[in-house]
Design a protein around this ligand. Structure first.
Ligand code: CUK
Ligand code: CUA
Ligand code: CA
Length: 650
């Protein structure tokens, strides 16, 4: 693959050079992948072909990035390696999954999945955006945040255990939490509510926007979440107004102190056709300090539901609108923070908006109109269009001054040389298409490692397709998704691999392996000494408290008795201090199925509702005596119960 590594040619007769390059690189690719290599290194002399015979630990050393991909309606996330495109983990978050012990019998999980405002336990979710934490607008490897669009909540996963540690629910809204993004240092997360909300009367009155419960248009909000040093999230503010919002980016660099978001339904319609009525929609520019000032000036109310969350009127903060192509979806920020790139998904247009020009218009109070009191900035003076293809969706960036825009309808990705200061770096015509990368099929989000930061890592592009059709062998009417790996440090950009991944990734991010691998926990920090196995009977509350340990190949105690109908509160510790030795705790004929990792303690709560003998057993094949690793819960009718039947330490 020497041809791929060679430096790109400079200016000059571009077309001729491009044609020659296509020929050379194209031929080089075919030859090197099809020619059998000498020796035992397998087919082809390139890093994408696995060695044969296989070497142990090959993939471990091969990976450059971890990719974190949202699972959509699967409710959690997927983790896979780049460039291997091999699945490493499928992690439950808003859904339940007993393989992880992520169930309602797990006290901690049940608490996280319970809506604090309604008391409802919600075990289905729709994850869209993964947001890695950052420092100075670059990933720092501390946390991963993920949203649940359906139930308006967001999770924080610690990247040492790959487990969710907190779920934050939004007050005042009925779901539809969509785009969200992190500030350059992850002290503030900003999110959008995509669906028109219908908040309590107090907020409706405060907004003073006439709305009709049956006909709409309703109102909606953009919200801020504060992230503490230890990662704890807290609802900080909500700004309510006449529009709903889709995608959002919190600025850095040139746009520091601002965030931008889009509304594709500026028509404020409640049906599909109505959402297309206008020729263009809006990108909004919000000044973060003005929101903080509104709070300091006490220009807010609070709802009965959330008395600690300021609800601010859109009119009381600094917000400006600029026109953007019809029904935008992708909205992204170029690495220097100067250009906002937005694609109108119902058009062929990708628009670049220069924030320096926007700021000049704002400072000069140069506006071309207003709507609902929001000043409108001239599009002609601040932006330019690239007529790039049908159905632009999302956008990512590399470190060489190129943007990558995916096209749902065209089923391809356009590599576009950016203007401004980037022109010097790549030497290409500003805002021109330099390559068209075919995709299979119908592109949603794109992933370039670090592609939404101030310093993208570049090198690879993953195209996350919405449709797969004939890419893989058929497997029923519900078909897998397709993630396609492309090399982008060369033009044209070759397709390297295709990976099936179950439904349905929206956004994904990738971070260098070394940033995560070095901090991964192998064993949980166990509180020593672990609590002694014990069973305590609380006759007042009709509860049994069981303290149990798991170690190859015993549960201690290996049996306990419970009066029928009592609640069981089981504290289970896996006392193993050995990597990869997880145990399970499945209780027959009950909806209890847990998993517990080395050094971990879990609280499991359920009711012993029926008389009988019920075995509990380990779920992981943990040792040669794994099958023997089991015990019995003996449930005795209350009228037959006596204190003599209590479990006693031997
Ligand atoms: S979204 Cu689904 S492909 Cu929720 Cu960022 Cu665009
Ligand atoms: Cu423990 Cu099997
Ligand atoms: Ca529209």
């Amino acid at each position: 693959m020497k041809a791929f590594e060679s430096k790109k040619s400079g200016r000059g007769s571009k077309i001729v050079v491009l044609v020659i390059l296509v020929a050379i690189v194209g031929a080089g690719f075919v030859v090197s992948t099809l020619t059998p290599a000498k020796g035992a290194i397998g087919v082809g002399d390139n890093p994408y072909t696995r060695p044969y015979p296989m070497k142990h630990g090959y993939w471990k050393h091969q990976e450059e990035f971890y990719a974190f991909a949202s699972g959509g309606q699967q409710g959690g996330i997927y983790v896979y390696g780049i460039p291997s495109m091999k699945l490493l983990s499928e992690i439950p978050i808003f859904n339940i999954d007993p393989a992880w012990g992520w169930t309602l019998a797990n006290k901690e999980v049940k608490e996280m999945l319970t809506d604090p405002y309604t008391g409802e336990v919600v075990t289905t979710g729709d994850t869209h955006h993964t947001i890695l934490s950052r420092k100075d607008a670059k990933y720092d490897g501390r946390w991963l945040f993920v949203n649940d669009k359906k139930s308006a909540r967001m999770a924080r996963m610690d990247l040492d255990t790959f487990r969710t540690k907190q779920i934050l629910w939004l007050p005042n809204v009925n779901g539809g939490m969509h785009g969200f993004h992190s500030g350059p240092n992850t002290k503030l997360l900003v999110g959008n509510v995509e669906f028109e909300g219908y908040p309590e009367k107090k907020i409706r009155d405060y907004l003073n926007i006439p709305i009709d419960k049956l006909k709409g248009p309703y109102v909606s909000c953009v919200f801020g979440v504060e992230v503490a040093e230890d990662g704890t999230m807290k609802n900080k503010w909500q700004v309510w107004g006449p529009w709903q919002y889709d995608m959002v980016r919190v600025g850095w660099g040139a746009m520091d102190g601002w965030f931008i978001n889009t509304a594709y339904n500026t028509e404020r319609s409640v049906n599909t056709v109505g959402m297309f009525k206008r020729p263009e929609d809006y990108v909004f520019f919000w000044n973060i300090a003005s929101i903080e000032k509104a709070i300091a000036d006490k220009k807010y109310i609070t709802s009965d539901e959330a008395p600690d969350v300021p609800v601010i009127r859109w009119k009381d903060v600094e917000c400006y609108a600029a026109p953007c192509p019809l029904n935008p979806h992708g909205l992204d920020l170029e690495p220097s923070g100067r250009f906002a790139i937005v694609g109108g998904k119902a058009t062929t247009i990708v628009r670049h908006i220069d924030f320096l020009k926007v700021k000049a218009e704002i400072d000069a109070k140069n506006f071309v109109g207003e709507e609902f009191g929001i000043p409108i900035i001239s599009g002609d003076k601040t932006s330019g269009d690239i007529d790039a293809g049908l159905g632009p969706t999302h956008i990512e960036f590399d470190n060489e001054g190129y943007l990558y825009a995916g096209f749902f309808v065209d089923s391809d990705v356009k590599k576009i040389a950016m203007g401004g200061p980037w022109t010097k770096k790549h030497g290409k015509e500003p805002w021109s298409i330099v390559d068209t990368i075919p995709a299979h099929y119908s592109v949603g989000h794109l992933l370039v490692p670090g592609g939404d930061t101030a310093e993208p890592y570049g090198k690879y592009l993953v195209i996350m397709n919405k449709l797969t059709k004939d890419t893989f062998p058929p497997h029923g009417p519900l078909v897998t998704e397709c993630h396609e790996l492309v090399r982008i440090d060369q033009t044209p950009c070759p397709l390297i691999d295709q990976m099936p991944l179950p439904p349905e990734t929206h956004y994904a991010q990738a971070i260098p392996v070394e940033m995560i691998a070095k901090k991964t926990k192998f064993i949980y920090d166990m509180k020593l000494p672990p609590k002694k196995p014990n069973v305590v009977y609380d006759y007042g509350k009709k509860e049994v408290h069981v303290v149990m340990t798991a170690v190859r190949s015993f549960f201690i105690p290996d049996s306990f008795t419970v009066p029928e109908g009592w609640k069981v509160n089981l504290t289970l510790t896996n006392v193993e201090q050995s990597y990869d030795i997880s145990h399970g705790w499945a209780l027959c004929d009950h909806d209890v199925m847990e998993s517990i990792d080395p050094g971990e303690t879990k609280e499991i709560v359920y009711t012993a509702s029926r008389e009988g003998v019920f075995w509990y057993y380990c779920l992981w094949f943990c040792s040669e005596l794994h099958l023997e690793m089991r015990g019995r819960m003996i449930v005795i009718p209350e009228k037959e119960w006596s204190r003599d039947l209590e479990w006693k330490a031997k």
